[in-house]
Ligand binder design. Structure first.
Ligand SMILES: N[C@@H](CCC(=O)N[C@@H](CS)C(=O)NCC(=O)O)C(=O)O
Length: 157
């Protein structure tokens, strides 16, 4: 698994690999001469390893794959993490997409070069978007149809 040296989009893949109990190589790519938390230039020399010029990538049996959610869906299938029914899968996909909306807002904010605009986006995230999403998650979890500690009952999904 290759990504920059921060959680970003890759952390969920790292989690899933751990939940699936597989050994994997956690390759962290540094940005040359820049703090690793800076967004985001694909490191030179990596192009051949990047099917769509984006990280994260996951190499499986010598083939390289990308697109975070595609990789996650593949791992969910592999590790049986979609739940029992089509509706279970719908529940988990809803949460995935809501989290993704939030992640995309954070990324847009971080990539905004103009400092004033970036601060405005940050404030909106802190004061409006994130609290609204978190309270929706709370409500969703409270009303979920499955008992147990996880979204779909007694197993991680
Ligand atoms: N939809 C892709 C987006 C991947 C993406 O934007 N990755 C960034 C790093 S977080 C990247 O590689 N950006 C370089 C570029 O797009 O040129 C995913 O979820 O994997």
């Amino acid at each position: 698994m290759t990504y920059f040296n921060y959680r970003g989009r890759a952390e969920v893949i790292r989690y899933m690999l751990v939940v699936g109990g597989v050994q994997y190589e956690d390759i962290r790519v540094d940005l040359e001469g820049k703090p690793t938390r800076d967004p985001v230039t694909v490191p030179q020399g990596c192009e051949k390893q990047l099917p769509f010029n984006q990280l994260p990538t996951l190499e499986i049996d010598g083939e390289i794959f990308c697109q975070t959610k595609s990789i996650c869906r593949y791992l969910a299938t592999l590790f049986d993490l979609h739940g029992e029914t089509a509706k279970d899968r719908l529940y988990s996909e809803m949460v995935v997409e809501c989290v993704d909306d939030l992640v995309n807002d954070v990324i847009i904010m971080r990539r905004t070069k103009n400092e004033e605009q970036r601060n405005e986006l940050l404030e909106e995230l802190i004061n409006t978007t994130a609290p609204r999403a978190i309270s929706s998650f709370d409500c969703f979890i409270k009303n979920k149809p499955h008992g147990g500690p996880y979204l779909l009952g007694n197993r991680v999904s």
